[in-house]
Design a protein around this ligand. Sequence first.
Ligand SMILES: [Zn+2]
Length: 129
Amino acid sequence: MRSLRPNKVKSRKSAKAAAVKAFNRYIVLRDKRCVTCDKTEHLTCSHLISVTAGDKLRFTEINAHCQCRGCNFKHEYKPEDYTRWFLQHYGVDEYEQLCLLKKEIRKYTTEDFRTIATRYKLECEALSE
Ligand SMILES: [Zn+2]
């Protein structure tokens, strides 16, 4: 198997960074407030199920909601609040669907990241109007 050339690795990294930025901004614009404490300041995109299991979870809208910095940080060691909120809003079936995505290891291509970035930049523009 051939390895990726350094410039290819670099463009993959920047494509991913652009996708993450556009997606996260979209989630904040969509929700507008922290889903667990209702604050409207220092908003971040917070993933219910950790994205360490793969990019699929990172870019699944139902796995991402707006939380303030404090709640996002708290979610790391006390996931109950956000999980309870999710279950109340979406139900246990959706939660189980998300858990299944953990097993779906999917590696996104540079092209996938570019598509995601373009899509969410447009979504952000639509929401900012
Ligand atoms: Zn909060």
